[in-house]
Design a protein around this ligand. Structure first.
Ligand code: PXG
Length: 425
């Protein structure tokens, strides 16, 4: 099972059998309030009629069509629609089937772009400690979570990392962007000096690091990264698999933080989690550079299921739902209530930090001595038994509900977290 302790799970399985709106139902019929939008993906809530109907229609009309040297109208229709919600200047989209594939695709586009415009010597890829970019070889290499790498050998050559941005001693209990740490971006200058900037193709970061425990970028940090990348001709890639599609109160994290990358990845909220799909958004000038190259296939890359018709239909139904209900900006109107509810947990037993941005919160618990992760896992199990689905990564509780959530449901999530954490030894 994916990222699951199989033996532990099979002793007492947790099975979800049905979902609607803000709720799941377990196989034995218990209702659960969804505090995690599935796995950060069901931004419009579960089983929304427009999406269900669009998928149903498409699967009956054309189930699959070949994608190499062929196309189908709905893929172009969805590409145009989704580019319409992206920041200006990103009118080109490459479809994949997951966040991991989006990351590896974006890294390959970065390398191929430099070759296309005469800088084939740029081959290095820079990631960040505590970054999560999925599980394929490229994403694993630039990722910065040690446990994700340790079983799998040396991986991709030419990769280095800048330090993470977590700084509990200066920034604990920050509301929104922490005040300290813009200077952590200067590490990129150090790597430019070490490796020679002209060998570096791209830097990839999550605008807000999700899986590593909700690390909000310090004020000025992303601006600084952008500045250094521009200065040295390095492409900046934002991994927006979690931050995309309204999670931070704007359609994309780049818009929330006011810093534009050169490429960005997405998945999850792209189809509301209904059908697996990812997309890489590409700055127009990068696309144009490929179109100046020799005749033939400009980017030698693609998947059987790139732009799968049923996924595109789900995506169109998703965008319709987001638009009708204003969901790509709704988090902004709930953010104050969410932030206050989260920070009201300050002083709760075991809680050593609370972080928030948009409709995301991270509540860090002090690890139990000699058993890191145990306290977080027990809180998760207790919350599940109490009818609320939360997510833990190590000892940090990460909350990211569907963007249709109502204020009383926000209160219920944090009340439950308070009681289960308090009751955890
Ligand atoms: N990039 C980022 C930033 C992600 O968060 C991926 C890439 C990979 O996506 P796929 O679709 O290949 O899984 C992710 C995935 C969690 C959690 O609870 C986060 C993810 C997946 C599962 C659990 O933190 N993020």
């Amino acid at each position: 099972m994916p990222f699951t302790a199989n033996r532990q799970f099979k002793k007492s399985p947790r099975l979800l059998a049905r979902a609607e709106g803000m709720f799941y139902w377990t196989a034995d019929g218990r209702q659960l309030l969804d505090g995690t939008a599935g796995l950060w993906c069901v931004n419009a809530g579960h089983c929304r009629p427009k999406i269900v109907e669009a998928v149903r229609r498409q699967v009956g009309e054309m189930d699959f069509a070949p994608t190499f040297q062929m196309g189908h109208p709905i893929a172009f229709e969805f590409a145009a629609r989704v580019a319409g919600v992206a920041p200006p200047g990103f009118s080109r989209v490459f479809f994949t089937n997951s966040g991991s594939e989006s990351v590896d695709t974006a890294l390959k586009i970065a390398l191929a772009y430099h070759r296309a415009h005469g800088e084939a010597g740029r081959y290095r890829l820079i990631g960040r400690e505590r970054g999560y970019h999925g599980v394929n070889f490229g994403g694993m290499a630039v990722g910065g979570i040690a446990a994700n790498k340790k079983m799998f050998g040396p991986g991709v050559a030419g990769v280095d990392h800048i330090r993470h941005t977590h700084d509990l001693s200066r920034n604990s209990f920050s509301r929104g962007q922490p005040a300290h740490g813009a200077e952590f971006a200067d590490e990129l200058e150090r790597l430019c000096a070490l490796h020679d900037a002209s060998s570096i193709a791209a830097v990839i970061v999550e605008p807000l690091a999700g899986s590593a425990g909700v690390l909000v970028p310090p004020a000025g940090y992303l601006e600084r990264l952008r500045e250094i990348c521009s200065k040295h001709g390095i492409l900046l890639i934002f991994d927006e698999v979690i931050t995309g599609f309204g999670r931070l109160g704007k359609p994309f994290g780049s818009q929330r933080f006011g810093v534009m990358p050169d490429l960005f990845t997405s998945a999850k909220g792209l189809t509301n989690g209904t059908v697996p799909m990812g997309a890489v958004f590409i700055k127009d000038s990068i696309y144009e550079a490929f179109m100046q190259g020799p005749a033939g296939i400009e980017l030698f890359h693609g998947y059987t299921y790139s732009g799968h018709p049923v996924a595109c239909a789900a995506g169109i139904g998703t965008l319709d739902t987001y638009a009708e209900e204003g969901l790509l900006t709704r988090a902004a109107s709930l953010e104050k209530h969410w932030e206050d509810a989260a920070h009201a947990l300050k002083g709760t037993r075991h809680v050593i930090d609370i972080r928030n941005c948009g409709l995301i919160a991270g509540i860090e618990l002090e690890p139990r001595r000699g058993a890191p992760g145990a306290r977080g896992y027990e809180a998760f199990v207790k919350a599940f038994e109490n009818g609320v689905l939360i997510r833990v990564t190590g000892d940090t509780i990460a909350l990211s509900p569907p963007l249709i959530i109502e204020k009383p449901q926000i209160d219920r999530i944090f009340d439950t977290v308070r009681s289960v954490v308090t009751a955890t030894p």
